[in-house]
Design a binder for this molecule. Structure first.
Ligand SMILES: C[S@@+](CC[C@H](N)C(=O)[O-])C[C@H]1O[C@@H](n2cnc3c(N)ncnc32)[C@H](O)[C@@H]1O
Length: 270
């Protein structure tokens, strides 16, 4: 099998060198989290979907399940080299992804789980100096990497924001579009995150999930790091999120782009 330099580097940094297709190409599990059973009681608010801890689970997941799906380990700082790999453009077409969002100058974008900010910097060009990208992450190390890159590239309209496992810490109705690229499946508290994310979106604004297609066995990523479109729609179909599915873009090589729209106040009453 042909190996590029960055694939080897990534495999080494994951400690899973050449364990074979498809697992060695994945966003491997650099846990920033404690094992699931040692965490605080993992329950969303009463009446909401519950989290379930199972002993029998995928070794790449944290053993915590939400609506039938196992949550993946968070990618650690070691994964930044993989996020920044030069082959990413050919493999995943992130430029095409950003173009498909049809961002407008002046818009405020929240790149939630921004990592080292590869996507944030691309989106910053489209929103121009009157707009901005808020790059949210739970790992300060990722935000530090981003900060260095912003200085080096003289990018002024991206700002880092340290979030928590339960909230990105965004202001209410302040964001035109929130995007999660290869992130949502890592949320330790997806329900709580989505309550907060939906609050931060302006009426008519969009929430975009970019996830590796689980429907496609050819996509070379570990199973817990993939999601089906049906699972994303199931998890987002909760009245308190006020999010309505708008479209799914299926033109990227490995990921689907699943877009929801925040309903305006009158629509919510219906
Ligand atoms: C696989 S990386 C993707 C990074 C980036 N979106 C990209 O595609 O280049 C996932 C990122 O999500 C972050 N993350 C996980 N849970 C998060 C949460 N609850 N809030 C914000 N960021 C989170 C991780 O720290 C990690 O940097």
């Amino acid at each position: 099998m042909f190996l590029t330099r960055s694939m080897i580097a990534w495999s080494l940094c994951c400690g899973i060198f050449l364990c074979g297709f498809p697992s060695w190409l994945c966003a491997q599990d650099q846990a920033t989290d404690k094992p699931a059973e040692k965490k605080e009681a993992d329950k969303p608010a009463a009446g909401k979907p519950e989290y379930e801890i199972r002993q029998d689970h995928d070794p790449n997941g944290i053993g915590k399940f939400y609506m039938g799906r196992e949550i993946a380990y968070v990618m650690g700082i070691q994964g930044a080299i993989w996020l920044e790999r030069p082959e990413r453009e050919a493999e995943e077409a992130p430029s095409k992804l950003v173009k498909s969002l049809k961002l407008k100058p002046g818009q405020v974008i929240a790149d939630i789980g921004a990592g080292s900010g590869m996507l944030s910097i691309k989106m910053a060009k489209d929103v121009g100096p009157m707009g901005k990208v808020i790059a949210v992450d739970v790992q300060q190390e990722m935000l530090d990497l981003l900060e260095k890159k912003l200085k080096r590239l003289k990018v002024k309209n991206v700002e880092g924001l340290l979030g928590t496992e339960k909230s990105p810490g965004l202001e209410p109705e302040s964001v035109d579009l929130a995007i999660m690229v290869d992130v949502y499946h890592e949320f330790a508290f997806p329900y709580e995150m989505m309550v907060e994310i939906s609050k931060s979106i302006k009426p008519g604004g969009r929430v975009v999930f970019v996830e590796y297609r689980k429907e496609d066995p050819e996509v070379p990523i570990k199973l817990v790091h993939k999601m089906t479109e049906a699972q994303v729609k199931k998890e987002i179909d909760q009245p308190e999120f006020h999010l309505k599915w708008k479209e799914t873009i299926g033109t990227l090589p490995r990921q689907h782009v699943i877009i929801f729209e925040k309903q305006a106040a009158e629509e919510k009453k219906k």
